[in-house]
Design a binder for this molecule. Sequence first.
Ligand code: UTP
Length: 328
Amino acid sequence: MKAIIPVAGMGTRLRPHTHTLPKVLLNVAGKPILGHILDTVVDAGISQVLLVVGHLGDMIQDWVRSHYDLDLKFVEQKEPLGLGHAVGLGLDREDNGVLIILGDTILELDMVDFLGSSCSCLGVKAVKNPRRFGVVEEEKGLVVRLVEKPEHPPSNLAIAGIYYLKSGGDLWKCVQEMMAEGRKTGGEYQLTDALQLMVDRGEKLKAYPIDGWYDCGKPETLLATNRHLLDKRGNRRGKAHSYGKNALVIPPVSIGDGVKIEHSLVGPYVTLADGASVGNSIVTNSIIGEKAVVERSLLAGSLIADNALVRGAFRKLNVGDSSAVDFE
Ligand code: UTP
């Protein structure tokens, strides 16, 4: 079976980080988002992986090739014309079973069960605000309608970014037809529209409930996913890290290779990538990039990119009796 992972998007909601690093290479709980996704694919026994790349695609290619020994293919999406277009570039008219996983979603599910389904299926999760997502309407467990970011959602079942198609070739045909007709929704060729064509033509598509759906598309969801993964998978401590004088580390944390901490309190829920250093600081609920330096700072809910320097200062105050000093 072939896995298609579309990773060509611009990642605008994670700027400025995505100006220089593709979204899928952002570190969460000690490895790039894409590493978590590829590990799931490998664990499911799939070795044929096609990535649809665009923005900063060479960086993605280099990273994947140097970390995974798989049957890899990279196809370029020159313009971000939509997820349907991206997936179409990865499909072939002869494809049989195809797994599609979006590049900004970490999923926890029983892949053997998902891929062992008797018909095609897509992951869904009940959400509070379905208007922000692709939404499905189902009847007796089978999808009858798919709508992209609907104003009046037919249900609260959001599409969770994972799809298994028994015939990738049939999806290929539907994508080609959608594009030949110029059928766009919200200015883009949508995967939901191509799947709707398949359903209209009699494809049995099951809505497969997924509990573990962790989005990485925005700063707050990336940090929430970091917290979840650290809670679930526990601490990671890299090689040659050093806790110097007065280093207090509160788990769960992920400490990369060669990390240095001194006179600081780090954690809980902190990822420090390889070579990062923290001195005279308090850092909690944050992701600090490779070789980034944090000094004399109080950080919470922060994303600090690779090689960045954050240096604060201690304040000098002369506060009199009955005064109130509030920096909020
Ligand atoms: P998103 O719309 O969530 O990702 O697409 P994005 O475009 O990178 O992020 P924002 O909205 O600008 O912040 C979901 C997945 O589909 C891929 C993206 O790379 C992401 O993995 N995608 C989306 C493509 O590969 N091509 C597209 O044209 C659109």
